[in-house]
Design a protein around this ligand. Structure first.
Ligand code: APR
Length: 381
């Protein structure tokens, strides 16, 4: 998932780089600075001594030593002085310069604390807005997994007005008796086919008729071997979607297939999740990358979905794409059904997503801040 918010201790994260909210001396301190130096061991301080400090808004990199992270990117956020001394721009450049340094070091994953939101006194709600908007701008142009780490709940100040509106919305749903009593739950996953094993590339080849054995495999219950997908088609040369109907009809005409049996049922399959997704992307004239970035979905996962007509997404993935495609509530329900899910009024996360869709707010970063504020799983993958 390109952007996620997590609770925890940044020194424990197994990522390529963690960012330290340091001071200009780079010689350690309290807060996250102290925690990182303690966890990394004395060699970190030794290397820092050689860096001769760091200016506010800038960033420098060292090894991670005893930390699970390979690198530590030290940056210095602004001390809050009321907001009229360029604090916002300095905080933005602290995040931006740290991201650029992580990119230069070919990091695939980087974790940030809430820079300046502790000792330096930056108002927490504004600090969150600067962090999320700067990270989002970077991810629109680059591929990386970026994690914002919230060490204590105190540090996470979600939009107070929105939080109380959401709390009221959730309460109304329960008070109107649409809550747990109406538990719809997720429709039992009705995926009839597990997809195929073996090289799917051949299955999607443009003109070949399937051999009977391949046809049989096409409806096997064997789970999708995602590992086999990794070396599969990249986004650019992903073959056009397999025409299930034609494929199934050719199965139906196979010797030994019984009329009205499974093979014929295959000929009348509904459109799959993957097909519906690609159809709606095209219908909106969106580029693939525009859609999966708006959905907070990483490129590799999108490539798997694009090249596997039987792909089985998680509910969060379906909802993330529903947001990216700006579907209304009934379109979202239809889309969920294609993957065997339904919105449920006894699922707080569903109610929160429903609130944003009802209000036509399709900002997935905002939705994820709200989901995090209510301790729910985030959208994306
Ligand atoms: N993991 C993740 N986040 C943490 C951790 C941790 N182990 N410890 C603290 N934090 C969070 C705090 O809760 C806060 O939200 O890091 C955020 C930044 O707080 P500070 O560490 O106080 O950093 P900052 O506000 O930028 O002040 C920097 O404090 O520690 C000194 O040497 C540092 O002088 C510098 C100043």
């Amino acid at each position: 998932m390109p952007f996620r918010i997590v609770s925890g201790d940044i020194t424990k994260l197994h990522v390529d780089a963690i960012v330290n909210a340091a001071n200009t001396s780079l010689l350690g301190g309290g807060g996250v600075d102290g925690a990182i130096h303690r966890a990394a061991g004395p060699r970190l301080l030794e290397e820092c001594r050689g860096l001769h400090g760091c200016r506010t808004g800038e960033a420098k990199v060292t090894l991670g030593y005893d930390l699970p992270a390979k690198y530590v990117i030290h940056t210095v956020g602004p001390i809050w002085q009321g907001g009229r001394h360029g604090e916002e721009e300095l905080l933005r450049s602290a995040y931006r310069n740290s991201l650029l340094l992580a990119f230069e070091k070919h990091c695939e994953s980087v974790a940030f604390p809430m820079i300046s939101a502790g000792v330096y006194g930056y108002p927490k709600e504004q600090a969150l807005e600067v962090a999320v908007s700067t990270i989002r701008a970077f991810l629109e142009e680059n591929e990386m997994d970026v994690i914002l780490v919230i060490f204590d709940r105190e540090s996470f100040r979600f939009d107070v007005r929105l939080y109380s509106e959401l709390s009221g919305y959730i309460r109304n749903i329960y008070d109107d008796g649409k809550g747990p009593g109406n538990f719809l739950g997720d429709v039992a996953r009705s995926v009839a086919f597990g997809g195929v094993s073996g090289s799917r590339r051949s299955l999607f080849s443009r003109s070949r008729k399937p051999k009977s054995s391949e046809c049989a495999r096409a409806v096997s219950e064997e789970p999708v071997e995602d590992a086999e997908m990794d070396e599969a088609v990249s986004l650019d040369d992903a073959p056009p979607m397999m025409n299930i109907k034609a494929e199934a009809m050719s199965c139906a005409s196979m010797p030994g297939s019984t009329p009205g049996g499974l093979a014929e049922a295959l000929a009348n399959l509904d459109e799959s999740f993957s097909q519906a997704l690609l159809r709606m992307i095209d219908a909106r004239g969106m580029k693939d990358s525009e859609c999966y970035k708006k959905a907070n979905i990483d490129r590799k996962l999108f490539s798997k979905i694009r090249s596997d007509v039987f792909y089985r997404p998680s509910k969060q993935t379906v909802l993330a794409f529903a947001v990216a495609l700006e579907l209304d509530l009934s379109e979202t329900e239809e889309f969920l059904k294609k993957a065997g899910f339904a919105l449920s009024h006894s699922n707080k996360a569903d109610v929160i997503v429903e609130y944003f869709i009802e209000n036509k707010n399709y900002d997935i970063y905002r939705i994820n801040e709200a989901l995090f504020a209510f301790d729910q799983n985030l959208l994306g993958a």
